[in-house]
Design a protein around this ligand. Structure first.
Ligand SMILES: Nc1nc2c(c(=O)[nH]1)N[C@H]1C(S)=C(S)[C@@H](COP(=O)(O)OP(=O)(O)OC[C@H]3O[C@@H](n4cnc5c(=O)[nH]c(N)nc54)[C@H](O)[C@@H]3O)O[C@H]1N2
Ligand SMILES: Nc1nc2c(c(=O)[nH]1)N[C@H]1C(S)=C(S)[C@@H](COP(=O)(O)OP(=O)(O)OC[C@H]3O[C@@H](n4cnc5c(=O)[nH]c(N)nc54)[C@H](O)[C@@H]3O)O[C@H]1N2
Ligand SMILES: [Mo]
Length: 674
């Protein structure tokens, strides 16, 4: 991102035209970063609560007062009988920068002896699924995509959530590749593809097994690749044999002929590029779904060719010196709390996992009162009078409204950082282009100051941000050779030391225990999980939970609106205006059955909770599925709720991840258009 500054003020942000992956453009949201940075609601100074919890009434205080109060309260709690584990840090993706995301904060909480947070809310099911199959979060190089002759955008809304991939998709298509979207929703991405294959949510593993069934039956596999570079071929063949097109049709809702045709097209392609993304794995069987799809290119040998393979993430290639940065060695043995169970952690006496209750919560880079599942439980917890809550933020979010102390943080225009990627292979330096706005401070600085106030005296809490960046890059990994602070300062970014074109598994060498693509996983067997790819049904569906489905027959997907980044940017007027208001997209058949018209106010509900929305009747969703573009700030909704009032705290099959899209609801008309 290039920033134009005039008289100390940022006036324009744009993409870097020289960047080989982002190619000179920004996404719809980050294009509004100037508006966001200088927004009149931007937090400028520390605040102390004056109203009741959750009212969002605060008074201005100085940094000295704020730091003193936080230090005093946290020290008192740490020294009480409950001890430091009753302090819980909570953070996620406000910034994915290494320095402002997870360095000084980790050192601080480790030295304090606070509980640890299992950061599962986004990607853990897929991450573990890949780890058990390919060995790491590594995949096909998107820069090879133009060489592909078949592109499957499978459970990913590329134009919204990964727009920088699109020019590569377009190039492949101009050279003759077909592009197919596999998604329960006809997203704006699916609209731009050659074909949309609607699928019943949470059934992708069955489709992948059905494809393998046909590949094996029709001898479309690459026997040489299978023999040399895979483990468990016989077991996979036996499993795939069970997934006949007819059976897969009954699970996925995709006609059997379509499954056969797709398998043939995939098997005959020279280099099919399968882009999966994390939307796909927000289901009970999400880990197994990713694992099963990830087996496909090893069956056909597409890994051998540029443009072939699967990509979920490239993040495993960014082998920074995380041990040096995060310093887990500084922590005493402490409990870990799963972030998707925050509601439970705040509302049960032993935090749901044993040990003391949570008595202090320090939130940064996250807005759990909007984004966490089962949010009514979260909000009940945040409302506890005896909970001390500190929030580091840019704005008074739904979460900040519940804080005792709010500390104003800098944005990416105002601080140093270094970024990895999960969609390409470049390390990016984030230089500050302007001075901090108001009295804002970087997260790293806030934790340095707090450490000093609390009497935590250790050299690691004194490193400055540039020193932290050097430590991150001080890695033994080949892949970071040549990626130095000096190189980054010169150009702003650097390609990892991986070949171009990068074919990670052309000759096997999978970072699994066996060195092969593990169709059979001993590690999964030891975890008590099926060691061979299989279809794990969603928790909530007609087939797996018929009684529930009789009361709540619609599958709700609450994936991000084009204009929002999870809950970030919802308060940016231009973007919010373009997202209108909380909406529910519903199929005409489903709408008719419920007397819902376009514009009808509806209540979306299940046993966990409900939220209001305005109906948009459209065949862009399959029958039986509804879509609530998310993640709305509840304070911008008429009823003060959002889609996460209906989502559950259940965990995925692998990785303890969330099941945001494994969520049955019913929709009731409340009133006609108002
Ligand atoms: N504009 C924008 N961009 C973003 C984000 C954002 O909030 N807004 N978030 C960022 C983050 S944190 C992440 S993790 C990524 C996520 O990136 P994606 O994974 O692309 O995002 P989602 O929109 O959650 O899900 C993608 C698609 O999966 C579909 N889907 C849901 N369930 C299933 C299923 O069972 N099977 C199949 N085949 N498809 C299914 C949804 O309908 C949706 O269209 O995007 C990043 N980029
Ligand atoms: N229903 C539903 N729920 C979802 C999702 C969904 O698709 N549907 N997506 C899930 C996914 S994939 C994810 S990753 C999570 C994301 O959930 P979160 O991690 O909470 O991410 P955001 O909603 O973007 O909120 C991040 C907050 O961090 C703040 N922030 C940004 N930069 C900084 C900084 O440098 N310092 C500080 N102190 N604050 C900063 C922003 O102002 C913003 O309020 O949400 C999950 N929740
Ligand atoms: Mo995410």
């Amino acid at each position: 991102m290039l920033v134009t500054v005039r008289d100390g003020r940022a006036v324009r942000v744009s993409g870097d035209p020289e960047h080989p992956f982002t190619r000179g453009f920004l996404c719809a949201k980050v294009n509004r970063y100037i508006e966001r940075t200088y927004h009149d609601q931007r937090l400028m100074h520390p605040l102390r609560r004056v109203g009741k919890k959750g009212e969002g009434r605060f008074e201005r205080i100085s940094w000295d007062e704020a730091l003193d109060e936080v230090a005093h309260r946290l020290n008192a709690i740490a020294r009480s009988a409950d001890g430091p584990q009753s302090i819980l840090p909570y953070s996620y993706s406000g910034t994915l920068g290494l320095i402002q995301g997870s360095t000084m904060d980790q050192r601080f909480f480790h030295l304090l002896g606070a509980s640890m947070l299992d950061r599962t809310i986004c990607s853990m099911a897929g991450t573990v699924g890949l780890r058990m199959t390919l060995g790491a979060s590594i995949g096909a190089d998107p820069e090879g995509l133009p060489e592909s002759d078949l592109v499957l955008l499978w459970g990913t809304n590329t134009l919204t959530s990964n727009p920088h991939l699109w020019p590569f998709v377009r190039e492949a298509r101009e050279r003759g590749a077909r592009v197919i979207a596999i998604d329960p929703l006809r997203t704006r991405t699916a609209d731009q593809c050659d074909e949309w294959i609607p699928i019943t949510p949470g059934t992708d593993a069955a489709l992948a097994l059905g494809i393998m069934h046909v590949l094996f039956a029709e001898r479309l596999e690459d026997a040489d690749y299978l023999d040399r570079y895979t483990l468990g071929q016989a077991e996979l063949r036996a499993r795939a044999a069970e997934y006949t097109p007819a059976r897969v049709c009954s699970i996925t809702g995709i006609p059997a002929e379509r499954i056969v045709a797709l398998a043939r097209e995939y098997g005959r392609a020279k280099a099919a590029f399968v882009r999966i993304n994390y939307g796909l794995q927000r289901h009970g069987g999400g880990g197994m779904a990713v694992r099963t799809i990830a087996c496909l290119p090893a069956v056909t040998g597409h890994w051998r060719r540029v443009g072939g393979g699967v990509q979920l993430s490239s993040s495993g290639n960014f082998q920074f010196n995380r041990a040096k940065l995060f310093r887990p060695d500084l922590s005493p043995p402490v409990r870990t709390i799963n972030m998707i169970r925050l509601g439970e952690a705040l509302t049960t006496p032993d935090a749901g996992v044993g040990g003391p209750p949570v008595r202090a919560l320090v939130v940064y880079n996250s807005n759990p009162a909007a984004v966490a599942p089962d949010r009514s439980a979260v909000v009940r917890g945040l409302g506890r009078e005896d909970l001390f809550t500190v929030v580091l933020e840019h704005f008074l979010t739904d979460t900040a409204d519940w804080a005792d102390i709010v500390l104003p943080a800098t944005t990416q225009l105002e601080h140093w950082d270094v970024h990895y990627s999960y969609g390409h292979h470049y390390v990016t330096l984030n230089r500050p282009s302007i001075e901090p706005v108001g009295e804002c401070k970087p997260n790293s600085e806030i934790f340095r100051l707090l450490a000093a106030r609390m009497g935590i005296d250790h050299p690691v809490v004194r490193d400055d941000d540039l020193e932290l960046i050097r430590q991150a890059l001080d890695s033994e990994s080949d892949k970071l050779q040549g990626v130095t602070l000096e190189a980054l300062l010169e150009k702003g970014y650097a390609r990892l030391n991986v070949p171009r074109p990068y074919l990670p598994f052309a000759e096997g060498i999978f970072p699994t225990p066996s060195g092969k693509c593990e169709f059979y996983s001993q590690r999964l067997a030891e975890m008590g999980v099926d060691p061979v790819p299989t279809f794990t049904p969603p928790y909530e569906s007609l087939n797996s939970a018929p009684e529930l489905a009789s009361r709540f027959p619609l599958a709700l997907i609450s994936s991000p609106a084009h204009q929002f980044l999870n809950s970030s940017f919802v308060n940016i007027e231009t973007l919010r205006r373009s997202a209108h208001e909380p909406e529910l997209v519903i199929h005409p058949e489903d709408a008719t059955q419920r007397a819902v018209l376009n514009g009808t106010r509806v209540e979306v509900h299940n046993d966990r909770g409900s939220f209001g929305a305005v109906a948009r009747v459209s065949d862009a969703v399959s029958e039986g599925t509804v879509w609530a573009p998310s993640v709305w700030w509840t304070k911008f909704a008429k009823d003060g709720r959002n889609a996460n009032d209906t989502t559950s705290q259940r965990e995925t099959d692998l990785g303890h991840g969330p099941v945001f899209y494994d969520n049955l609801v019913e929709v009731t008309a409340v009133s006609a258009r108002d």
